[in-house]
Design a protein around this ligand. Structure first.
Ligand code: PMP
Length: 385
């Protein structure tokens, strides 16, 4: 049996979804071969619950939190919805940024639709950094409310200084949520050090299966009186519904594998990303890298190729998997809201490709992708003139 990536192809779309890690594949299939509802009290149920509890410990170890602070969900979209719904109080500020994933931005807009003044979007600089210095002004002392800021942007990889953001939120008595979907499993995150109240993650971004994630909820937070899903009392009332035992087992195994190799993996990936970037910058005239270069995820590169619309470039190199904007919005005719918020023109946003590398990326994939991109951009540019 071959690996997940065909020979002669480059899979550079880890921010959309990463290939399953072998450890996650075997934990998931092993759990799928067994029967048992994790809430049942008989032996089969207990064995399923053991798998879930093991994964809870594996996630807790990755985040440096307690297993009781880990709530399993269907992914980061649900975790973000749950966090904002739990923490937003009508009449209090809900502070976020215009470069968030739609799972935060659209939820924040919907929650504040009856109180539009509650929604505050922080300014974003041309390098993609969210301006945290204005937090003190938008959250006066004792204002309460909620701050939700992503740990790393899915399109540019630009990182937010979570320590500074959480501190400002707490000084105003506001709670702090971070959508850490693109950071978990890629860079070390220590919940205690960061002092966040809620954190969302998704297994499939770091080599676990799709459709499973976590909301970290700080110990002592009251169980919701308005949960997202109404039903049984699973996850101690935080999230109703039969637990996805196989998915959760895979998430746990991926969390452990990512934790063990993280620092080495991050530097290996950064070397490959830098090689891709420098070769493209050298070979293609006029191209530019978007986002703050020294405050970025190791595996992400957002590059604008002026005069070469990204949909045409991607179509001209079908053996390179990359993305125009985020996968969630691809297919939609609107340009990336992230790149527009950073001040790119609509035209440049439409000529931007996101390459994202990860745990299984090889240098052969990078060499192949470099040549393919150079050829594809040249072909599209000459067809446009
Ligand atoms: N937040 C961010 C930053 C993401 O990149 C994604 C996935 N594109 C999500 C949330 C949604 O995650 P999921 O697909 O697991 O619901």
């Amino acid at each position: 049996m071959g690996g997940p990536i065909d020979a002669g192809e480059s899979y550079l779309d880890y921010n959309a979804t990463a290939p399953l890690r072998p450890e996650a594949l075997s934990a998931t299939t092993d759990a799928m071969r067994t029967v048992g509802n994790a809430s049942s009290l008989h032996g089969a149920g207990r064995r399923a619950a053991e798998k879930v509890n093991r994964a809870r410990r594996q996630v807790a170890e990755l985040l440096n939190c307690s297993p009781t602070e880990v709530i399993f969900t269907s992914g980061a979209t649900e975790a973000n919805n749950l966090a904002l719904r739990l923490s937003y109080i009508a009449g209090k500020p809900l502070v976020t940024s215009p470069v968030e994933h739609p799972a935060v931005l659209e939820t924040a807009r919907a929650l504040t639709s009856d109180h539009p003044d509650d929604l505050v979007l922080l300014p974003v600089a041309a390098d993609g950094l969210v301006d945290l210095s204005v937090l003190d002004q938008v959250l006066p002392a004792g204002s309460g409310g909620t701050v939700s800021l992503m740990a790393a942007n899915n399109e540019t990889g630009v990182l937010t200084d979570l320590r500074v953001a959480a501190k400002s939120a707490h000084e105003a008595n506001a709670s702090f949520h971070t959508d850490a979907t693109q950071v978990i499993g890629r860079l070390p995150v220590d919940i205690v050090e960061l002092d966040v109240d809620f954190l969302s993650l998704s297994a499939h971004k770091f080599g676990g299966p799709q459709g499973v994630g976590v909301l970290y909820v700080r110990r002592g937070t009251a169980v919701p009186y308005r949960p997202l899903l109404r039903g049984g009392g699973q996850e101690r009332g935080w999230r109703a519904g039969t637990l996805n035992v196989a998915g959760i087992a895979g998430l746990g195994a991926a969390a452990e594998a990512a934790r063990i190799g993280m620092e080495e993996e991050a530097s290996r990936i950064a070397v490959l990303r830098d090689r891709l970037e420098s070769q493209l910058l050298r070979s293609i005239s006029g191209c530019r890298v978007n986002g703050c270069l020294d405050q970025r995820l190791p595996g992400v590169s957002s590059i604008t190729f002026p005069g070469a619309p990204s949909d045409a470039v991607l179509a001209a190199m079908p053996d390179v998997a990359a993305s125009d904007g985020s996968a969630c919005s691809s297919g939609a005719p609107t340009p990336s809201h992230v790149l527009l918020a950073m001040g790119l023109s609509r035209q440049d946003a439409d000529c931007t490709i996101r390459f994202s590398l990860g745990h299984a990326t090889t240098s052969a994939e990078i060499e192949h992708a470099t040549q393919a991109v150079v050829r594809a951009v040249a072909r599209v540019r000459s067809a446009m003139t």
